[in-house]
Design a protein around this ligand. Structure first.
Ligand code: EPU
Length: 427
């Protein structure tokens, strides 16, 4: 696993204008799936073998957090971890770990449902505006939990949760995951309407079902969870779904640098909408056995895009799309509907010469034939990757600091790009 943020903070990624990119990239497993799969090991004693695990810093942080609670993690093979839940669980998530990773909130559902109490600090992670947990709390309260907040900690309790009918006003990823993982041990049936239906949630539900959970509607916006008796779930082995955001990152790289890449493991069914829009921009994306081929010839065309919950265009694709539009032919308008503060990286792209104006939750991007290399800073995971992609289309040298953000979610981005011909180094 890569070293954690403090050790990495001095490192930089240097990218030079590159292309065409040619060859094959193996797309790793999804960060936003594996972290939740790891948290699900709190639900039952035993040994779990998780495969297709990306080598990223967030996995190491999640392993530390679960270790503090009582589940140990060992690396048992290439991209494989084995987790051991010995049944001695302390349902307390310490501040030092929780503040580093948003997905720490995912221990709430399993711990409350299985052990009836949990204390955790309010979660940290990416810094793009306020990220409340009111929907997690309201859903669990409807199932009988009580919450107290004091000194930055949330303390939740429940004798045994009971089933409830829960309708989300917005399909929150984290709230859906927490309600499902709490409901698997609740007394009776929980129905979640307007549930988030990202592929990573379906992946989590598939693992829960193989542990013995009774869930209907997997992959849909209505999840029906029939609770089982506490203690009746068992451990399992599971392969993490491929990361659609990392797949899109390599598509964006080929898009701005030109070339042809085979993305092994990329799944069209998880990226239908964004692939359609990439095609509208002029990319040719062809289904293959076990992956997708992306072919980029000539200049991209501009499009308008709005982010929406799945199956809409994910907010996590947006920095990549803005980067592609920065070198496309024409003007594109990008609308952010999930995180109001998530345009901070625009200033960094402007340092590379990009013509982008933001107004509230809209960005107007006027494409230029090329960008110009400069020193920039990655403000978060996805924006960091987008700056690397932008560097491929920038004359001269682009130096990206804040590399520890990229390491949180990208498994060897530099090595993977270098292997297909990008001029990129980590120094
Ligand atoms: N929201 C609320 N109240 C809640 C929960 C969410 O107001 O109780 C709001 C949030 O503030 C935000 C929106 O709803 O404006 C979306 O939040 P959601 O709960 O769906 O997202 P999340 O679970 O916090 C996950 C991913 C994010 C990704 C979003 C949206 C993980 C660890 N994180 O966050 O991924 O952007 O879903 O798809 O799964 C990343 O990987 O870089 C990343 C930030």
């Amino acid at each position: 696993m890569p070293p954690t943020a403090d050790l990495e903070s001095e490192q930089q990624i240097v990218v030079r204008k590159s292309g065409p990119l040619l060859g094959e990239i193996v797309v790793p497993g999804a960060k936003n799936s594996v972290l939740k799969l790891m948290a699900a090991t709190l639900l039952a004693e035993g040994e779990y073998r998780l495969s297709n695990v990306p080598d990223i810093a967030d996995v190491a942080i999640m392993a530390d957090l679960l270790d503090a609670i009582g589940v140990s993690t060992t690396i048992s093979g290439p991209n494989e971890i084995t987790m051991h839940n010995g049944g001695v669980i302390e349902p307390v998530a310490p501040y030092e770990l929780v503040e580093r990773i948003r997905a720490s909130i995912n221990v709430l559902g399993p711990l409350l449902g299985r052990y009836g109490r949990v204390r955790l600090s309010l979660p940290g992670g990416d810094d793009f505006g306020s990220r409340p947990i009111d929907m997690h709390v309201a859903g669990l309260e409807a199932m009988g939990a009580t919450f107290e907040v004091a000194h930055g900690d949330v303390e939740a309790r429940a004798e045994r949760l009971h089933g409830a009918d829960i309708t989300f006003e917005f399909p929150s990823v984290g709230a859906t995951e927490n309600i499902v993982t709490a409901a698997v041990h609740a007394k009776g049936t929980t129905v979640i309407d307007n549930a988030a239906r990202e592929p990573e949630i379906a992946d989590l539900c598939t693992m829960l079902v193989s542990m013995g959970a009774d869930i209907e509607g997997v992959g849909s916006s209505t999840l029906v969870v029939h609770g089982v008796e506490p203690g009746s779930l068992r451990s399992t082995d599971h392969r993490t779904v491929t990361d659609r955001i990392q797949a899109a990152t390599y598509i964006a790289a080929a898009a701005v640098a030109g070339g042809e890449l085979f993305l092994r493991g990329a799944r069209r069914e998880d990226m239908e909408m964004v692939l359609r829009r990439f095609s509208d921009m002029g990319l040719r994306i062809v289904d293959q056995h076990h992956g997708l081929t992306v072919c980029s010839e000539g200049r991209l065309r501009s499009i308008d895009v709005a982010t929406l919950p799945y199956p809409g265009i994910a907010t996590d694709y947006k920095p990549l799309i803005v980067t592609m539009l920065a070198v496309a032919d024409g003007v594109g308008i990008v609308t952010e509907n999930l995180y109001p503060g998530r345009f901070r990286y625009v200033e960094e792209l402007q340092r590379l010469g990009a013509d982008i104006r933001t107004d509230g939750h809209h960005a107007v991007v006027r494409g230029l034939p090329s960008l110009s290399g400069a020193r920039v800073r990655a403000p978060d995971i996805r924006a960091g990757a987008a700056l690397v992609v932008a560097g491929l289309a920038a004359e001269g040298e682009t130096m990206i600091s804040g590399v520890h953000h990229i390491d949180r979610g990208y498994d060897d981005l530099v090595g993977r790009l270098a292997a297909v011909g990008a001029s990129i180094d980590r120094i």
